[in-house]
Write a protein that binds this ligand. Structure first.
Ligand SMILES: Nc1ncnc2c1ncn2[C@@H]1O[C@H](COP(=O)(O)OP(=O)(O)OP(=O)(O)O)[C@@H](O)[C@H]1O
Ligand SMILES: [Mg+2]
Length: 288
């Protein structure tokens, strides 16, 4: 018979949860601490001291540019995306997404171009600010994106650099899979494809191209496609806009082949453009 554990202290409950963590998701002892001063990671310590993060529960994924953690904060479970140290960042093709933008400050422009220490730090800052700005823009427009948890005032979300705080899609024990790894029935795959097209068309209608649109940046939860990863979100003032749109259509098509959807990139592009001319944005699904 199992005993009633509802009276256990939060610490005991936490310890128990630790033991039942699914394999492959590392518990981050160094990041978790009852007192902010015990947390060794400077970014998490700073966020904890500022009151944005109460506890980091698990590392979800460590990628090229950022590490994603599951964390608890004042507004519940969140996804904490911490951009990597400046030295480890490639800022690959950064200029492509930045073209057409005006940087007023001459010195800032030069340092970013030369990748000096100051320039890298500015790029880092800008990358995070872009991700927040994109999230807010699309969230406010009603698209299926994770709810940003800091802002909408940029001076407020600047406080969390080099991290972006957003609502976790899924649960602590079962975060939403990416469409690249989700196991879908043919009907589900068709629905996911349709939603992915709708999402791309919604962005285009608002004047944006995602810049890295594929099943690797689409989550699947409760039969709903949720778009993530926005630092490359690009506006029409960028001379590369059409090329990026075409490239996104291609990568969406290519990445969906694994799900059994065979649509040439050219057709995807045409369909997205056709849908973008329609008036109504897809209303956001309220996730539980
Ligand atoms: N809001 C979220 N809810 C649940 N999982 C998320 C959320 N945002 C991101 N993730 C997970 O974290 C991973 C990394 O996020 P993201 O794609 O934004 O970063 P990235 O810089 O592209 O990292 P990578 O190089 O690993 O793709 C995603 O692939 C996804 O599995
Ligand atoms: Mg990504």
């Amino acid at each position: 018979m199992s005993r009633d554990r509802s009276d256990d202290s939060p610490g005991e409950q936490r310890l128990r949860r630790k033991k039942t963590k699914p394999a492959g998701r590392r518990r981050l002892e160094t990041l978790v601490g009852a007192n902010p001063e015990d947390i060794s990671d400077p970014v998490v310590r700073h966020l904890s001291e500022q009151g944005y993060v109460d506890e980091v529960l698990a590392e979800l994924k460590s990628g090229k540019e950022a590490t994603a953690y599951i964390a608890n904060g004042p507004s519940g479970l969140m996804l904490l995306k911490v951009y990597r140290d400046l030295e480890a960042r490639s800022f690959k093709n950064d200029g492509l997404y930045r073209e057409g933008e005006v940087i007023m400050d001459d010195r800032a422009r030069r340092s970013m171009k030369n990748r000096s220490a100051k320039g890298l730090s500015l790029l880092q800052f800008d990358w995070v600010m872009r991700e927040y700005a994109g999230l807010w823009k699309l969230w406010n427009a009603g698209l299926n994106v994770p709810e940003p948890l800091v802002g909408p005032d940029p001076t407020i979300y600047a406080e969390t650099v080099p991290a972006v705080l957003m609502r976790l899609i899924g649960t602590e024990d079962e975060p939403a899979p990416r469409l690249s790894e989700a196991r879908l029935s043919p009907e589900e795959a068709q629905s996911a494809w349709d939603q992915a097209l709708a999402g791309m068309a919604d962005m285009l209608r608002l004047g944006y191209v995602h810049g890295d649109y594929s099943t690797y940046n689409l989550l699947w939860w409760e039969n709903t496609v949720i778009i993530i990863d926005f630092p490359q979100l690009t506006t029409r003032q960028n001379p590369n806009f059409s090329d990026l749109l075409r490239r996104d259509a291609e990568s969406l098509s290519t990445s969906f082949r694994k799900q059994g959807i065979q649509v040439p990139g050219e057709d995807t592009l045409r369909e997205v453009q056709r849908r973008a001319l329609g008036p109504a944005p897809t209303p956001r699904v309220t996730l539980p």
